[in-house]
Design a protein around this ligand. Structure first.
Ligand code: SAM
Length: 248
């Protein structure tokens, strides 16, 4: 899908359309803040997409490499960010030697990965001992939402209580593991894995990492300028989490 619709997807990123505000003014600034000082560090960005993160990491002085499974996305990254090194590759099989990087990031990619443990083992292999792996994903609470019709409108909620003939139904399920289909641009339907927290923690541990932080991402003030209503929602609960994992 990213191969087929990559150019259209990139345009929505450039134009900062409402559905892309979540990247520009929520995930990206949160990830940039999380990685902190990266000057002269060897950084790998997995699932680099349009190269937007790579561009920012370069500006902060890192030596940046990026991989993505999609050829279209890699071509866009090369144009957006000519000073980084990009390769077509999957997170499941990284074309680098053991202990090659001092930081590894993966923004909004693991929802496309079926076997988290396998992919994390590969990340662990190419990361130096004691170094950090930052990955973002839809937050646990966001993934737990369920659709409910209230006054003939559809809402995606956790915790709303419907009281039908004294029978109470609470929507949302934090234990549910499922695949959801999302349309990123018209016709671009992608399947994403939504996981409970335990699945993340298990894969992190099994792959040889220690979870050192879990960040709840908040939108920036710029988000508010474009879409104040959605901004307000995501100042109340996190749409994304960033998992910070240290190679043991
Ligand atoms: C939602 S986009 C995120 C792009 C970028 N990281 C960002 O946040 O702007 C997901 C990206 O992951 C890539 N991807 C999906 N499965 C992958 C895999 N197994 N290995 C590497 N990249 C993958 C897609 O091609 C796409 O570019």
């Amino acid at each position: 899908m990213y191969d087929k619709f990559g150019e259209e997807y990139n345009l929505t990123r450039i134009n900062k359309k409402p559905e892309r505000l979540f990247n520009e003014f929520l995930e990206i600034p949160c990830m940039i803040k999380a990685v902190g000082k990266i000057k002269n560090k060897k950084l790998l960005d997995i699932g680099c997409g349009t190269g937007d993160h790579a561009k920012k990491y370069l500006k902060l002085g890192a030596k940046v490499a990026g991989v993505d499974i999609s050829k279209t996305m890699i071509n866009i990254s090369k144009v957006n960010c000519p000073d980084a090194e990009f390769k077509i590759a999957s997170m499941n099989k990284l074309p680098f030697k053991d202990n090659s990087f001092e930081i590894i990031t993966a923004s909004l990619v693991v929802d496309y990965i079926k076997d988290l443990k396998k992919a994390f083992r590969e990340v662990n292999r190419v990361l130096k001992k004691g170094s950090l792996f930052f990955y973002s994903d839809q937050s646990i609470i966001s993934g737990a939402r369920e659709k409910v019709r209230i006054d003939n409108k559809l809402y995606n909620v956790v915790g709303y209580i419907k009281d039908d003939n004294k029978e109470k139904t609470c929507f949302g399920n934090c234990w549910k593991s499922y695949v959801r289909t999302v349309e990123l641009v018209p016709g671009m339907k992608v399947n994403q894995h939504v996981r409970p927290m335990r699945n993340h923690l298990f894969a992190i541990k099994q792959a040889g990492f220690e979870l050192v932080d879990l960040i709840d991402c908040k939108p920036t003030a710029d988000f508010k300028k474009y879409d104040p209503k959605t901004y307000k929602i995501y100042t109340k609960f996190p749409l994304f989490n960033i998992f910070v994992c240290k190679k043991k």
